[in-house]
Design a protein around this ligand. Structure first.
Ligand code: IFM
Length: 804
């Protein structure tokens, strides 16, 4: 069953049935002013921090309420509805609606009772407030008198947790006041005698507002109970039913902002009402509202600006392949998803309440990879930041606080860090993610000088990027287990594998091996011959160990427990086959081609399902060792044999590197949100974004996906598709083009910005092969091989590649 469609031209997903199997959401703004909105206007907003800057309340895991509600009431018939289907929830036979989720804006269109409305929700570019721009049209033949009411439910405290649980405190610090065109909500209003930079117990007055522009306020309300009425709810607020709000604020109750205006519409007439929400003091709120009163069509202009910004970013890489699903994801939705996870990390979603007050090291470093081909200038800023969160011993800080202060941070070796972040020790993999990320950035841009840039460590001292990477390798070398492979420490990529300082991880061993390949390239570039030799030796030894103790006939094992027992051997009753060590053996080139074929066939035979490959099989139940935390989850769920979208990306890449275009694409399609648009009731999650995992075959809900818009996922799939399937593989001097495509594809095109040139690449495949290059023509001249070097680039570079 489908609930909507992709409008690729506008880069929108259009929801035509509002009763979606879950709230399908969009992101507006950025954590500077963050707003999340569902297709039924549910959601919340915050300034700077989801944990400490919460403005609008949302009750998690509770049917998508409350939200940015706009009520419309016919004052003659007294009938009322909402600009989004919920909260009033009119009969869908009479109420027709569309929700257009676009790039950082959402537009709700509704038609009911001869009235149509369009509510556009967005955060203007570089502004820290949100706008709900409503246009209402009278499509009937008579004059209509409508009450339009905007409702914003403010949290009683900027701290999300305090608002939700500490009611004996948070209920007694708020009050609301009305002035002219706005409800001002004061938190700690009694502290207004303090100066702006004075605090008592870390507290000072903060103010939020709901303002109205474009029309005159006819009535207002500042108390949730006053607006809803006792024993009423969001679907039938007394303030809307009565036709007028009570014009009362709150003092020691739950605050809200509700504003009503009366619209009189002649047949065919359209009028506009603009609601604005933000966290500002009164004079600034007044100025913001005035801008919308004074500037005609400001909202439309701001929307144009917003689209220009986002579409401009997406335009940097566009494909035209025979697969609509692939095009949709790569051109818009996977790319947009990558930007959202890059910007937001796990700051907030409908699953993440915003309480994790920082960036996860590994996820954030991986997220960067998803946007390097689109916005290398944004990527490098974040790379710098993440390098500055590397401890001088080479390890990454498991959690990098939003208040990160390079050079002055505590580390997992300090009790204070452990107490503050809850992370008791280093993880084995964190800093190893830097290698592919830094390599991709330097190769995309050719910015070799980046290696010499000096960046501080998290705790003390500073070093060049090259030295940072050397320290990361040193960290692994200094944390080896009994067999000489990297110790698993508090976790590797898999949060549910606690292998400690004696247990060992084959996945990290492969990452470490791969890190040395990359570092060697940098060392060669820098003519650091001794270091090259050292790396060669170290890598060769590691490769031998991995082959000797980790290869088990047709698979790589997952590692060793602290006691030295093998995890994931063929004869184990549970978890005897794992996905990641197979794909990473190929990616890292620990496995040669022949071995790669064997292990990837094992994956296909043992782990693949119609929704992607499960993480391991069979799930843990009775045989888990103490560090196998996956057992805490139901079988077929999350790390316990769920289908991790993140791992699908590596699988796609690994198959593509083996030149298996058909299989790479098959894995893409199995797990691609867009490819499941027609199975929305099974997938449940938004068909335009990746989730953390899909329930595996051991679950009775096989195929259902969870944890939307999560970090780490969209980016690995993006890399699998761009670098893997499409074969965009830049290096220091240019771009290798090595597609691994389904053999049925006869042709595809790419437009790509690359080092100041606009590439137009046409790949032809008349002989229907999965990989290869028979001939390549660059700007009309046939060149040797499939490598476009920088000196061949012109402002517009025309490339034709014949695969067969
Ligand atoms: O790698 C982790 C990630 O950091 C958090 N979510 C789960 C992944 C796998 O355990």
């Amino acid at each position: 069953m489908r609930y909507g469609y992709f409008d690729n031209e506008k880069r929108e997903y259009v929801i035509t049935r509002p009763d979606t199997p879950a709230p399908w959401v969009n992101y507006l703004g950025s954590p500077e002013y963050g707003a999340i909105i569902s297709n039924n206007a549910g959601g919340y907003s915050f300034e700077k921090s989801g944990a400490n800057g919460r403005i609008l309340r949302y009750v998690f895991n509770q049917f998508d309420e409350p939200g940015r509600y706009i009520y419309i009431r016919d004052n003659d018939s007294k009938d009322y509805w909402s600009a989004s289907w919920q909260p009033v929830g009119k009969d869908l036979d009479e109420y027709k609606s569309e929700c257009h989720h676009g790039t950082a804006y959402t537009r709700m269109i509704a038609k009911y009772s001869g009235i149509s409305s369009e509510a556009l929700y967005y955060v203007p570019l570089d502004k820290s407030y949100e706008v709900w721009d409503l246009k209402v049209t009278n499509n009937s033949e008579k004059n209509r008198k409508l009450n339009i009411t905007g409702y914003a439910e403010f949290t009683n405290n900027c701290n999300y947790e305090q608002d939700q649980v500490n009611l004996q405190y948070s209920q007694f610090i708020t009050s609301t006041h009305f002035s002219q065109n706005r409800v001002m909500h004061h938190v700690h209003g009694n502290l207004d005698a303090l100066k702006e930079d004075e605090y008592i117990d870390n507290k000072n007055v903060s103010m939020r507002f709901l303002g109205m522009a474009g029309q005159k306020v006819s009535s207002w309300c500042g108390s949730k109970e006053g607006f809803l009425g006792r024993y009423h709810d969001y679907s039938n607020p007394i303030g809307v039913i009565n036709g007028s709000l009570d014009n009362k604020g709150n003092y020691n109750e739950n605050g809200c902002g509700a504003l009503t205006t009366l619209l009189e519409l002649a047949p065919g007439e359209t009028k506009e009402v603009i609601f604005i929400v933000g966290m500002k003091y009164d004079d600034e709120a007044a100025k913001i509202i005035a801008r919308y009163d004074e500037n005609e069509n400001l909202c439309e202009k701001e929307l144009v600006e917003l689209k220009k910004f986002w579409h401009g970013k997406l335009e940097k890489f566009q494909v035209k392949t025979p697969s609509e699903e692939f095009n949709t994801m790569i051109n818009t939705w996977n790319a947009y998803n990558c930007f959202m996870t890059f910007i937001w990390s796990r700051a907030a979603s409908f699953t993440y309440c915003g309480l994790r007050n920082g960036y996860g090291y590994r996820d954030t470093v991986q997220d960067i990879q998803g946007i390097i081909h689109l916005a290398p200038e944004m990527a490098v800023e974040k790379i710098r930041f993440m390098l500055s969160a590397q401890v001088d011993n080479g390890g990454g800080l498991p959690l990098v606080k939003f208040t990160h202060n390079p050079g002055h941070e505590d580390t997992p070796d300090d009790t204070s860090y452990v107490q503050e972040t809850g992370h008791p020790a280093y993880r084995a993999d964190d800093a190893l993610w830097l290698f592919p990320t830094v390599y991709k950035y330097i190769s995309e841009t050719g910015n070799m000088e980046f290696l010499d840039e000096v960046i501080p460590f998290a705790n003390k001292d500073e070093a060049t990027v090259y030295e940072h990477l050397q320290r990361a390798v040193k960290f692994s070398a200094e944390h080896l287990g009994k067999h000489g492979m990297p110790a698993g420490l508090y976790a590797d990529w898999n949060d549910c594998l606690r292998l400690g300082k004696d247990g060992e991880s084959s996945f990290v061993a492969m990452q470490y091996y791969y890190a040395m390949t990359i570092l060697r390239k940098f060392a060669e570039y820098k003519n650091d011959d001794n270091y090259v030799k050292q790396l060669d030796k170290q890598q060769e030894e590691l490769g031998k160990i991995i082959q000797k103790i980790c290869y088990d006939e047709d698979r790589f094992i997952r590692g060793f427990t602290e006691e030295g027992n093998v995890i994931g051997k063929r004869t184990d009753a549970e978890a005897n086959m794992w996905l990641n060590p197979q794909s990473w053996a190929v990616i890292s080139k620990v496995a040669d081609e022949e071995q790669g074929e064997v292990i990837m066939n094992s994956v296909y035979d043992r782990l693949n399902t119609e929704y992607g490959a499960i993480l391991m099989d069979p799930p843990y139940h009775a045989e888990a060792f103490p560090g196998a935390l996956a057992v805490i989850y139901n079988a077929g769920t999350k790390e316990n044999s769920g289908i991790f979208s993140q791992s699908q990306g590596w699988l796609i890449l690994a198959e593509a590197l083996l030149k298996h275009g058909d299989r790479a694409f098959e894995y893409f399609m199995e797990n691609s949100p867009a490819a499941q648009n027609d199975r929305a009731e099974t997938r449940v999650l938004e068909p335009y974004c990746y989730g953390q995992f899909t329930e595996g075959k051991a679950s009775p809900n096989f195929g259902r996906s969870h944890v939307h818009w999560l970090t780490g996922t969209a980016s690995t799939v993006m890399v699998g598709c761009v670098e893997g399937i499409l074969g965009m593989r830049p290096d220091f001097r240019g771009l290798h083009i090595e597609p691994s495509i389904p053999e049925k594809w006869e042709k595809f095109e790419i437009t790509k910005s690359f080092r100041g040139s606009r590439l137009h690449i046409v790949v032809k495949n008349p002989g229907h092969v999965q990989s290869g290059c028979k001939k390549m023509i660059v700007n009309g001249k046939e060149v040797e091989g499939n490598y476009v070097t920088e000196d061949m680039l012109t402002e517009n570079t025309e490339i034709e590649l014949y695969m067969s």
